[in-house]
Design a binder for this molecule. Structure first.
Ligand code: ATP
Ligand code: MG
Length: 343
C-alpha cells in the first residue's frame, strides 16, 4: 500500500451528525461528527490525547470543549475552533482507512467529499482548506448526487437525503445536476429533536433530560402515522427515576417534517420535463439516517397520490450510501474533474 505511485480513492460523506468514509482498499467507517479538545490540565491528564473525535469525544464530553462543526449542513464559519474541528474530523476519517498522513511514501489520495447542496454554494473554500494535507486531489459534490451515483440511479430519479441538519433533494436526469435540480431544507433530524425536546418540556416541565437523550429516544421509537405502541421513557424527576409517556410528542415532532418535504418533492417533480415526470415519480429514493423513521416512505408515497401516484423507497444502506457513491465517483472521474490541492 505504500508504493509511491499508488492512488487511493476515497469517498467521504461529511454529515452534521455522522460522517462516513469508503475507500478503494475496502475500508468503510462511520464516525459521529463531534470533535473535542480537553478543557484544562485535569481533563488532559484524564483523556491523554490532544484531541478526541467521534463517539470517544461524545462519551468524554464533560472534559472537553466539544464541537459539532457542521450546522444546518454547512461548515460553521468565523470560529477557528470549528474550522479546526472539520479538519480533525476529515483527518480522522481518512486515517481510519489506514492512510498515514506524514509518510512520504503514502499513496496519492483522491477524495470525493459529499456535502448538502446548500453547502456547495457557501462553504466550498472552507472545505478545500480543511482537506489540505489530507488529500492530493479533491472533488466536492452534492450529497444526494453521490447517493444517486453509487446506486447507478442516474436517470429519471429523485433522491431525498434526510439527514440531521438538512434534507437534500436532487433530481438526476443523466448528467451532473445543476442548481435547479437540487433543494435543501433544514427540516430534518435535528429539527425533530428540538421540537421533541420542547414538546416534552411543555408537558412535563419537571422532567430532566438532555438533547442527547431525546435523540436516542427518537432513534429507537420514531414514527409517523398511527402509533403501534405507546412510547414510554424513564427520566429523573426531582432526582427520582419516573416513567413518562411521550407518544403524542414523538408523533407531532416526527410528522413536522412531512409537509415541507412533501411540498418540495412535488414542486421539484412539477419542474421535471413533462414526458419524464411519471418515471421520476415512480423512482423516488430516501437516504440518510432520518429516512429510518417508521412509516415515512409510506407517508410520502401517499402524498404523491394527489399528483397521480408514485413509488417511494428507502435505499438499502442509508449510512454508507453517500460515501460509497463518493467512492464510485472517485473511481470513475477523469483527470480533468479533479482539483489539485497544494500544501
Ligand atoms: N432509526 C432512526 N430513526 C429515526 N432517526 C434516526 C434513526 N437513526 C438515525 N436517525 C437520525 O438520522 C440523523 C442522522 O442521519 P445522517 O447520518 O444521514 O445525517 P448527517 O449526514 O449527519 O446529516 P446531514 O446530511 O444533515 O449533514 C440524526 O438526526 C439521527 O438522529
Ligand atoms: Mg448526510
Amino acid at each position: 500500500m505504500n508504493d509511491t505511485n499508488e492512488v487511493l480513492c476515497v469517498g467521504i460523506d461529511l454529515g452534521t451528525s455522522r460522517s462516513s468514509v469508503s475507500v478503494s482498499n475496502g475500508e468503510r467507517h462511520m464516525v459521529d461528527s463531534y470533535v473535542g479538545w480537553p478543557v484544562d490540565t485535569v481533563a488532559r491528564k484524564l483523556v491523554r490525547k490532544p484531541v478526541l473525535v467521534g463517539r470517544e469525544a461524545l462519551d468524554n464530553r464533560p472534559m472537553l470543549d466539544l464541537r459539532r462543526p457542521l450546522e444546518h449542513g454547512v461548515i460553521k464559519e468565523g470560529s477557528e475552533k470549528d474550522e479546526a474541528a472539520v479538519h480533525e474530523l476529515l483527518r480522522h476519517l481518512v486515517s481510519l482507512a489506514g492512510v498515514k498522513q506524514k509518510n512520504k511514501n503514502r499513496p496519492k489520495v483522491r477524495a470525493v467529499v459529499g456535502v448538502p447542496a446548500e453547502a456547495l454554494r457557501v462553504s466550498k473554500q472552507h472545505l478545500r482548506d480543511a482537506m489540505k494535507g489530507i488529500a492530493d486531489s479533491l472533488m466536492i459534490v452534492s450529497e444526494p448526487f453521490a447517493v444517486a451515483y453509487g446506486l447507478e440511479a442516474l436517470l429519471h430519479t429523485m433522491i431525498i437525503d434526510i439527514g440531521a441538519g438538512t434534507t437534500d433533494f436532487c433530481v438526476v436526469s443523466g448528467h451532473y445536476p445543476n442548481e435547479h435540480d437540487q433543494r435543501t431544507l433544514t427540516n430534518a433530524g435535528d429539527s425533530i429533536d428540538e421540537q421533541l425536546a420542547r414538546l416534552i418540556r411543555e408537558r412535563h416541565p419537571e422532567a430532566q433530560f438532555s438533547i442527547h437523550m431525546v435523540r436516542e429516544w427518537k432513534e429507537k421509537w420514531s414514527f409517523v402515522g398511527a402509533p403501534k405502541n405507546r412510547v414510554l421513557v424513564t427520566v429523573p424527576v426531582g432526582g427520582k427515576p419516573t416513567e413518562i409517556d411521550i407518544t403524542d410528542e414523538m408523533h407531532s415532532a416526527c410528522e413536522s417534517i412531512l409537509p415541507p418535504i412533501s411540498e418540495t418533492m412535488i414542486d421539484l417533480l412539477s419542474r421535471v420535463e413533462p414526458e419524464y415526470q411519471e418515471r421520476v415519480r415512480n423512482n423516488i429514493m430516501l437516504a440518510g439516517g432520518s429516512s429510518l423513521i417508521f412509516g415515512l416512505a409510506e407517508s410520502l408515497q401517499r402524498a404523491l397520490s394527489e399528483v397521480g401516484g408514485g413509488r417511494v423507497s428507502v435505499v438499502e444502506d442509508p449510512v454508507f450510501a453517500g460515501s460509497d457513491g463518493g467512492l464510485a465517483i472517485a473511481r470513475d472521474a477523469a483527470n480533468s474533474d479533479w482539483e489539485k490541492l497544494s500544501f
